[in-house]
Design a binder for this molecule. Sequence first.
Ligand code: ADP
Ligand code: MG
Length: 654
Amino acid sequence: MRRPIADLPDTLISQIAAGEVVERPASVVRELLDNALDAGATQITLRLQAGGVRLISVEDDGLGIPRDELPKALRRHATSKISSLHDLESVATMGFRGEALAAINAIADCSLASRAFDQDQAYALDGGSGELRPVARAQGTTVLVKELFYSTPARRKFLKSDATELSHCLEAARRHALARPDVGFAIWHDGRLVEQWRACPQSDAMAALDQRLRDVLGEEFVRNSVPVQWSAQDHVLAALGDAPRSLRVWGRVGTPDSARARADTQYAYVNGRFVRDKVIAHGARSAFDDVLHGQRQPVYALYLALEPARVDVNVHPTKIEVRFRDSREVHQGLRHAVEAALAPSRAAAPPGLGSGASAAAATPAPGDFALGKAQDIGTEQAATVSAPYAQQYSMAFGARSGYRVSDLGALWGGAAEAGEARLAAAAGASPGPAQDFRPALPAPQDDATPPAPEATGGWPLGRALAQLQGIYILAENAQGLVIVDMHAAHERVVYEQLKRQLEATDAAAMASQPLLLPASFAATPLEVATAEAHAATLQRLGLEITPLSPRTLAVRAVPVTLAQGDAVELARSVLAELAQHESSHVLQNAQHALLAGMACHGAVRANRKLTLEEMNALLRAMEATPRSDQCNHGRPTWRAISVRELDALFLRGR
Ligand code: ADP
Ligand code: MG
């Protein structure tokens, strides 16, 4: 029953190619917009009928196609964009495969009209008959695609309702529009103008991007996001002594508050190309680890630029996936870029505020709300904070993360005590008495007088007025009322303080502790290969993992701070992360989870009466603490209600 080997007919080849490239009308929109941008268009008009199934037309004012080349545009593997392998390896255009128009022409009724920039006559080409005739048209190109999948009815059955297909087409257009704020877009559906995004002047690229983001994603997105501007050029160059290379990251990321249940507002671009990429998505999400808990998904529009030769775009027919030569660099770069953008609290005191006399009195220096400074809190109150604290903490902690820390003193105490505590921990000693590491509220200084009313205008979080229901601090600033969740806020302040201490004792924290009995486990070949390839990195992290056999790994040493945890589980998750991203934050995350647990239990509890001085000290500490807009669980720590909003509530001035 064997059939002889035979060449496939041309149309069938194109129909097969179309199967890869054209899934639905939105795929056609994407290809045609790519082509218009590649042609240098400054204004693009997209027209759709019946969700794009009946008609898609893209009209541009780009360089156009000369008469003689028009028939070639529809031919398979014909392109003006590359002509050699070298071109392919450094391709800077959206297209390069030369098959989109051919594929579309094989499954729809297709025609082209174009006038090249250096010709004064336009020509139209009928994709079915190949007939070429002169038409009237200004410089640029129009591609008209009618009755998608008319020749492949099986495919047509997979299409959804017109409304669904339209929404996919609009999403494709959005992706392009966000890539190019300098190009104007107009979109029509069934004769109605549904979107219009004006070209933004390029004199100020960030302002242009903001404008485009506002137009496409809405005012909300811009209001609830912060700008990202980051470049790795210098330190990458220095670190690698390699040929010049650079990585630039810019755009906007939403504040943790604006995160969503679904990952549907995440736009990432590599050299102007919209991509769906795991390295990028993971790098960006990991920057939110500390401020966004659970499954919430951040929103962002992030743009990466790196040398074209360092990213392979030829890995997917629709070019939505890319491969990086150094994915670790991209992952780290993105994480750093986004972290840096998110760190400043919106409550941060503007520079210069710390210089006045009253300001100096009210601003705790980072060391001032140090741990153990409880003497300002009344004894009765102190007792409620400290009583079952150590117990609470160790219980909650064991349940929470799977790692236990035996040398609490090292984390709570200063760097000087770390060594001792570590020794104690190694010897199996229990942590010291609770009061040794109990975090205090930011300690108000003796001369800390509340700022004068006229001075409150300067403090972003204002002057404390009162405590509400034992939960909230009410404060007055220049704009109106500020409400602070005192537990959430204090939790973040303590957490950041602990992290700073951990960093200060970093060398000790990452110090390695040999296991008495190496923990061996059955490993996958990938885990074994990863352990071997990243041995040096693992050692720097305080981990020693060596192969015992091609299918067995042994953990011989772990970081001191994580010595009590499950060594095998730790090793596995670090190896998994290293294999996927070539870098690992598992250890840091595990340590941060520890500190977050401690901070949560150490932070001031509800129903604790605070004095005005304590409240003011907490407000000032928040202003000096990074990420203080969110608690460790990602909940907001403060909200503001302006006088204007209050006036509206009371119908004043109407
Ligand atoms: P590719 O974009 O990969 O080159 P396509 O099939 O999409 O392949 O397009 C084939 C060729 O037709 C392009 O290389 C380009 O020269 C020309 N072309 C297509 N669309 C346009 C357009 N809107 N303006 C100018 N030239 C175009
Ligand atoms: Mg193309």
